[in-house]
Write a protein that binds this ligand. Structure first.
Ligand SMILES: Nc1nc2c(ncn2[C@@H]2O[C@H](COP(=O)(O)OP(=O)(O)OP(=O)(O)O)[C@@H](O)[C@H]2O)c(=O)[nH]1
Ligand SMILES: [K+]
Ligand SMILES: [Mg+2]
Length: 336
């Protein structure tokens, strides 16, 4: 019998079994067995398969938000509540086996919300399908680290470690360092600020370690040694992140209050529909999307539809290509 059949058999037995004190233990065993089989389904088919490749889901809309969390924290429940897409939810772990995209429509924008399988410790090292999940997180414009408010604080740190291991830097800006490789001329190292967390000697040792003997380095921020290494490696992703604590219906008000006051954190209950609108507001803010209206020459802008043609601005101003757009700006592009 294959794993899929075994899973089906257990699910049927669970459905047949009445829930009461006498069957509680047996149901618990079945649940654990089910979780184990489903975890096996998530194992990569062959160990030699391509590493670090995300799920094959097309990006769509104006931004992508990825749901990352341990199994059964309520990721699929959230997707089902906030979008028109239903993703299977259940009380056992590893219910979701692949990436399921849904769309949040807000302020005229279409935000892709990506439900993903739960990950376990060691995901980045290739345990289960976890590696594929963290690789997909790298493609997101915003990561929602979803946590079960009833579980220990430890989960948050463990997830951060997994994302860090694949080069994702959460809620951090790219260090302000200019780095240029050269073919000759040795190392030119300049700093515009005093370095208190690392020093020139360390920086030079690292450059030598990476066999970079000819390059220009200009450090414009008080960086750490690790941040400097990130600059050299160059493939780090700096992605904003919100910590979303779900199941607040099951914890004390004191704890809800404490979590809610934490930075970059939103507390919700998918089941009780608590704070979901606020979460979407925070997602919107974190994405820092700007609505830009375009217009044809001589025509008025259609302000009901960002992203389509519209024109006429009362305070028209010609700006260069590197001008930073503000929210609700109206744009005309002149090509001479
Ligand atoms: N008490 C409580 N339970 C919730 C809440 N949201 C979801 N659940 C329950 O948590 C369980 C897991 O929900 P899922 O949405 O399947 O969780 P998931 O994170 O997608 O799980 P996997 O796909 O297995 O990783 C289900 O039994 C849900 O009914 C909530 O706000 N409060
Ligand atoms: K689940
Ligand atoms: Mg799920």
């Amino acid at each position: 019998m294959g794993i899929v059949e075994k899973i089906k058999e257990i699910e049927e037995e669970m459905a047949r079994t009445q829930k009461n004190k006498a069957t509680e233990y047996h149901l618990g065993l079945l649940k654990a067995k089910l979780a184990r089989y489903r975890a096996q389904l998530l194992e990569p088919a062959s160990k030699s398969g391509p590493a670090g490749v995300g799920f094959d889901v097309q990006k769509s809309g104006d931004a992508r938000v990825a749901l990352i969390g341990f199994p059964s924290v309520g990721k699929s429940t959230l997707l089902s509540k906030c979008t028109h897409t239903a993703s299977e939810t259940a009380a056992y772990e590893f219910t979701t086996l692949t990436a399921i995209p849904g769309v949040i429509e807000y302020q005229g924008a279409r935000i892709q919300l990506l439900d993903l399988p739960g990950i376990v410790e060691g995901a980045s090292q290739g345990r289960g399908r976890g590696r594929q999940v963290v690789a997909t997180a790298k493609t997101a414009d915003l990561i929602l680290i979803m946590l079960d408010a009833t579980k220990s604080e430890e989960q948050r740190r463990l997830l951060e470690i997994e994302l860090d291991a694949v080069g994702i830097r959460l809620n951090k800006r790219k260090p302000d360092v200019v780095f240029k490789r050269r073919t000759t001329g040795g190392i030119t190292l300049n700093t515009t600020v005093k370095l208190t967390k690392t020093d020139e000697k360390t920086i030079r040792t690292i450059l030598a370690g990476y066999k970079l003997h000819n390059c220009d380095v200009m450090i414009r921020e008080d960086i750490t040694t690790d941040e400097f290494i990130d600059v050299l490696i160059g493939t780090r992703k700096y992605i904003p992140c919100l910590y979303v604590y779900n199941k607040i219906d099951a914890i004390s008000l004191e704890l809800v209050d404490k979590l809610a006051r934490t930075e970059n954190t939103v507390v919700i209950s998918c089941e009780m529909d608590l704070n979901l609108d606020y979460l979407i507001e925070r997602i919107w803010e974190s994405l820092e999307l700007v609505k830009v209206y375009t217009k044809k020459r001589g025509a008025r802008p259609d302000l009901s539809d960002p992203g389509r043609s519209s024109k006429f601005s009362p305070h028209a101003q010609k700006v260069s290509l590197n001008h930073q757009l503000q929210d609700e700006d109206v744009v005309s592009i002149f090509t001479k």
